[in-house]
Design a protein around this ligand. Sequence first.
Ligand SMILES: [Zn+2]
Length: 292
Amino acid sequence: MGPYHPECPERLTAVSDRMIASGIDALLAHYTAPAATREQLGRVHAASYIDAIDAAVPESGLHFIDPDTAMNPHSLTAARHAAGAVVLGVDLVMRGECTTAFCAVRPPGHHAEQRRAMGFCLFNSIAVGAAHALAAHDIERGAIVDFDVHHGNGTEDIFSDDPRVLMVSTFQHPLYPYCGTEAPASNMVNVPLAEGSGGEAFRAAVTQRWLPALEAQRPLLIFISAGFDAHREDPLAGLKFTEADFAWVTRQLVEVASRHAEGRIVSALEGGYALSALGRSAAEHVRELAVG
Ligand SMILES: [Zn+2]
């Protein structure tokens, strides 16, 4: 995204360093993400949009899609592999090779709409994975959980009014992208949180709003848009979660998955820009996924 941009390569180093330091890495099997195919991307993005992103790759330097979102010569490759990671995660858990998967990817994806890149996102990786589960694995009912501090407008755009996919989310409001609160579709459980809200408000939202909706959906596979920018140390927003809150919500989701989905969860990194807090939070999230 260019120099001094919060969505930086060091984010993934922070995650992997902390996984190793905390001993969690030794519990994991590692896979290399393939690139998502055009068919896989085309399940959630318009063909004309995919063509436009392909054509926007600069030969050198940066091409700005919006003031927040830029592409360098390698961004398209990274975005295709980020989406491909979620597809591979779906294949692994559906084949029974893994029970849960975490995709340590960038760029993030949940702001990317069917026809628009925004908010550091080019392709909506979690949506590509969910659409793959529906199309290639005959998953009749799924759920996407999004606890990134920003509303996952792209995922909402893609799955609104598709009852096969329940989306439950929390996000700081008002905050970028300034939507998600006005008449969401019936398969969208959007819970805005006021600036300054901490773990208590988050856990109440999960308990009172998410869990009943998830129990009613009985998802056969759970996806997580795992953004860690609601952490109290994050510089981009004003919620006050801690890594204990991310561990707690992951535990709740593991329990839902064990009841309805044979434990299957595919999680993908979204935001999280305070490097130390990102690493700690992702490590606790993955620990809960790994130990089940
Ligand atoms: Zn975010």
